[in-house]
Design a protein around this ligand. Sequence first.
Ligand code: ZN
Length: 519
Amino acid sequence: MSWFKYFASLALLSVGLAPGHAAIRIAIAGISHESNSFNLTKATLADFEEADALSGNRKQWLETTAKSNVNASGMIAGAAKYGVELYPIHFFSAVPRGPVDDRGFDSMVSRIIQGLKRGPAYDGVLLVLHGAMVVDSYPSGDAEIVRRVRQAMGPKFPIGVTHDFHANVDPAIIANANVVITGKECPHLDTKERGFQTAEILARMIKGEVKPVQALVKPPMMLNLIHHDTYRAPLKAIVDASKATEKLPGVLAVSIPGGYQYGDVPSMGPSVIVITDNDPALAKREAERLGALLWGIRDQLKFDLPDPAKAVRMAIEGTKFPVTLLDTGDNVGGGSAGDSTFMLAELVKQKAEGWVMAIFDPQAVQKAVSVGVGRPFELPVGGKTDKMHGEPVMIRGKVKSLHDGKFIETEVRHGGYRYWDAGLTAVIEAQGSTPDLPNLLILNTNRTVPLSIHQLVSVGVYPERQKILVAKGTIAPLAAYEPVSARIITVDSGGACAVNPAHFTYKMARKLYGFEGGK
Ligand SMILES: [Zn+2]
């Protein structure tokens, strides 16, 4: 053992020592995954292990996480307020993709349960679960985790759970956990607050100050992703009502998650969870009242977006430029391919002028490199990753320029990234270009989320001089593209992240108001 390790383990020991009083000990663990049932790439153990946050040093993990704004950060603050000792076990998370395979899931859950049994006698556990995890054998992976923890730790063991706003809350998780609290806000700005609230209620439960009871109501409606902005109508009124309800005597917490429409599961859709202090009738009454409020806005949740053909036509017929078309189906940040061709095919077919679009196609970049700058380029581009993102589109033009793909974003943009690497990049002047209005196809070697306008500027494209810009995303590109756009059109395009459920074949989700695709 090195000296460093020796001192580190001494420090570790001292964290757990609190002589003189029997402190409450709560374990904290998490498995977080938002699973897209229609994404064919499975999430395996390897994807999660890469992101296992607990490297064996509990103190360091607590210190680092406390500085962040995630659910666990709030749990740490909540625990501190009540003098609770927190024991991190394992935190697994992976980027959103297809469902989690059974093997990986079993391994992660059993490691958490082993940790719960091996540690000091815990008084309870706080679980950070996304709430939209699908596992091959379990429509709600989150409910299955809690079922197994409940089974392992017994009927009296206090279990508190936080979920993301995009949770598809399964009735089984309400039955097996004592406290389930989801994010209230989208964009998710209240994660730390919700972690704090969950830790607070669980700590007070362990101290015998409160006895949480929960009621769940699931109005039979769909809340499409395009309406998930909780800071605007119609959802803002519902969130405000949930906050007001939380202030009523006897009410401990209220959650109204929007659900996650890419989870083809029986519990897909929005929910209302009300937690009261030992008053099941109050919990039920308030959950039903808020459920009725949510049901009441169903006619305001229209889905009326143009398809790629109509959107390109609207852009061409516009009077003010540039027009930015948001290619929602190929939302690179949401885990889609980045090489969808639905927009490109329409731009070419309708002979649009002055368009710019970046697309992931390393093979086409290599072709451009081998051809050389100024030389003719002819190759089917895009649609090569899977079968969900359209067919390759024949591009005929010339190689305008080649770049290393590195650029810097100095403004505050979604995610806050500064140093970017789109990989080796080629700009193709495509068919239909004129000296004043070129059609520019930017071929990237790396999948690049369109969060920075410098993805274009750094390769010599002046966005403000072009007529049509295509950005692959839904909300995230807005900060970068709004300042240079005269108009923004959100497009109902296909792909792994299509916002229109009609693009997918559902097998398990229920039929809901605004969603005919269910059974
Ligand atoms: Zn979310």
